[in-house]
Design a binder for this molecule. Sequence first.
Ligand code: FES
Length: 132
Amino acid sequence: MSNQNWFHVCSVQDMPHNGGVCVKYGEHQIALYYFTHRNEWYASQNLCPHKQQMALSRGMLGSQQGEPKVACPFHKKTFSLKDGHCLNDEACSSIKVYDVRVKGGEVYIDVKDMDQQAMVHAHRQETVSPNI
Ligand code: FES
């Protein structure tokens, strides 16, 4: 039996290409990323652990030896979107990553680890430039 909890975020056409948006889930902020040309989706916490900035959804997307990554717009700490570890600073904490599912043109994030009692809504934040 699965304990996943899929939270509906938006439609595929609502997403910027090769960019991210900030999704609010209760008091949580999740960064959702769409690597358009690879047709891959990732999600992580929006909070950068370096200086506690809510910024990763505005980060630059890229890849390092095939591994999808996001670079924080503040000081360029770079995180793997596969497992959340920091790729360019061993002293920096990892970020949480979440599963994403696309079904019938709709995008869902697995929020099983989050508080599900709070009010839920999603909204778009500014988009970022492709850097892949
Ligand atoms: S706040 Fe993100 S790299 Fe410094």
